[in-house]
Design a protein around this ligand. Sequence first.
Ligand code: B12
Ligand code: SF4
Ligand code: SF4
Length: 224
Amino acid sequence: MPFYREPLLGTADTDNSCIKRLKDIVHPNHLLPEDILPGCRSVVAYFLPFKEDIVRENRQGRSAARLWAEVYIATNSLLQKIAEAMRDRLAVEGFRCAWEKPTHNFDEDLLMSFWSHKHLAFACGLGRFGKNHLLITERGCAGRLGSLVTDFQLESKYVEDTPFYSCPEGCTYCAKHCPAGALGEGGIDRKACYRILLENDRLYPDLDLCDVCGKCSTGPCAVL
Ligand code: B12
Ligand code: SF4
Ligand code: SF4
């Protein structure tokens, strides 16, 4: 695992209050666990934190580092393999699993997904949202998330008042380093951000789709 530090895993009951309110919190089109696996009982979310050298490399310049783009592609396929491995393991015990892919499952106009791994990971107690709109876990925000649902009853690890990282007072690193100027008081300008991501994809035509940037995940909250 050359790209990652130790992963994090969280679990929640499907009747957790945050999960039940996903349609209100994210968007009315957001699915509930029951929609992708009828009869499911638990949600599992996991975070693969990037090693510091990957973050350091992406800190330089306006464009996404080639390494950041390569790790993005590799991680999309690893997250898929992790879900398949969990499905196979749980199937041995007679349980079922369902999941959504790590990305490229969003509405191109709204730039929102019907399955937000960040919100499911939040519900599983993996972290809190930072001013960069990313989920900041106890290992930082530089990394990628996955989530799945299962009809296996897992013990919920969600604790309402877990102390989590909060942005240091006065920190504006992510807003200042955003090449799109997309991070401001009024939330994130998704379209401006996406334009930069597609610009970076065009920089590396020899790689598969790599709509990346991630300058907002190279600051003090990137690697914890
Ligand atoms: C659509 C999408 C995008 C869009 C829109 C981004 C956005 N922030 O909305 C575009 C294409 C622009 C994009 C860009 C990026 N993305 Co993106 N993207 C997604 C995708 C497919 C869906 C996200 C979604 O719809 N979220 C729902 C919306 C409503 O969430 P939101 O915009 O963040 O708004 C909420 C929060 O701000 C929240 N909030 C703020 N404070 C609080 C407090 C509380 C208590 C709560 C509950 C909520 C909350 O309120 C808003 C509404 O709920 C997910 C994969 C997936 N299927 O989950 C990846 C994902 C979110 N992206 C990811 C990443 C890493 C990136 C980039 C860094 C690109 C890169 N890889 O180099 C940039 C970062 C942009 C940014 N700063 O957010 C990671 C995030 C990892 C993390 N640590 O959080 C994800 C989860 C992919 C993955 N599998 O890991 N992305
Ligand atoms: S860079 Fe600073 S302000 Fe932005 S999310 Fe990280 S800690 Fe918060
Ligand atoms: S990914 Fe890049 S363009 Fe998008 S919000 Fe972060 S720094 Fe800005």
